[in-house]
Design a binder for this molecule. Structure first.
Ligand code: GLN
Length: 289
């Protein structure tokens, strides 16, 4: 075929566009870069560099997979989140920019050099927990997930980011077995899509992402019902929490946390201006004279 970086990119764009994909330009660039072992700067600065026959074959495989609606993150096996690069596969939810809102809030509330503890419930790839630990060198974490396959991904990510020494990753059913008043911070991006709605999502999510990480039961709120009182239980007095929510779940999730006794409950928006994170605190112990 005799493709160059430029013609490969142009051809890839046309194919992905013809397949009706939402972001053909960026997807094409990412797949060409990976297949041709090139950087973004190479495509612009060295556009006539020829692909080897092996690179052309690799690109062909990548494009066919993308045409079948496999997410780019699964094809490449990685996804950038906050300031870190994570390994991902079909056993974990691909980290989304929306979720960076959780990280942003936490970094605002917890100073850089203090020693504190964070629990991530449903840790998945490790995105939230590892992004936080990477920015807070004296903090330590615990990540819980029900999926052993997801924990393998999180462990791999912790090791490659050099953070394995500051966290534990354990299989578990949410907070079962964790002690009262243990953590300074609890974060979570639980499954929150209503079961029926999952069938209406794009195939990238519906077919390729783990149901376990998406399905929030009949109204999408099942896991918050479990988590709100449990998060308040495992937090230290004065500790904080931040959980991701669906764009239309603000009122329901705020109410669940208030009923569980949380203070300062508030919702924060993501960069697309959708309600995305409910945060709050556990009361400090009341001192009575
Ligand atoms: N934000 C994800 C989506 O819309 C869902 C994540 C979740 O259920 N926690 O695909």
């Amino acid at each position: 075929m005799g493709l160059t970086l430029l013609t490969a990119w142009q051809g890839a764009k046309r194919r992905l566009e013809a397949a009706g994909l939402a972001g053909p330009v960026i997807d094409a660039r990412l797949l060409v870069e990976a297949a041709a072992d090139a950087t973004r700067a190479d495509i612009v600065g060295d556009p006539y560099r020829a692909l080897t026959p092996e690179q052309e074959d690799t690109l062909e495989t990548y494009l066919t997979r993308r045409e079948h609606r496999e997410p780019v993150s699964h094809i490449l096996g990685r996804k950038g989140f906050w300031k870190i690069m994570l390994r991902v596969n079909a056993n974990v939810l691909t980290p989304r920019p929306d979720t960076e809102t959780v990280v942003e809030l936490v970094l605002r509330d917890f100073p850089e050099h203090a020693a504190w503890s964070v629990l991530d419930l449903g840790v998945g790839s490790g995105a939230i927990l590892l992004a936080i630990l990477a920015e807070r060198p004296a903090a330590r974490g615990l990540g819980i997930d029900v999926s052993e396959e997801a924990l393998a991904v999180a462990r791999d990510n912790a090791a490659s980011l050099g953070l394995a020494g500051r966290l534990a990753l354990l299989r578990g059913d949410w907070t079962t077995g964790l002690g009262d008043g243990t953590f300074d911070l609890v974060v979570s991006n639980p499954p929150y899509i209503a079961t029926e709605v999952i069938e209406t999502l794009e195939p990238e999510v519906r077919v390729h992402e783990p149901r376990l990480a998406l399905d929030g039961g009949e109204d999408g709120l099942d896991h918050y019902r479990t988590l709100a009182p449990e998060i308040l239980r495992v937090l230290k007095p004065g500790g904080r929490f931040a959980v991701e929510i669906g764009y239309d779940q603000k009122d329901a999730v705020e109410a669940l946390f208030r009923e569980a006794g949380a203070q300062d409950v508030a919702t924060f928006r993501d960069l697309s201006d959708h309600d995305r994170v409910v945060a709050g605190a556990k009361k400090l112990l009341e001192i009575t004279a």
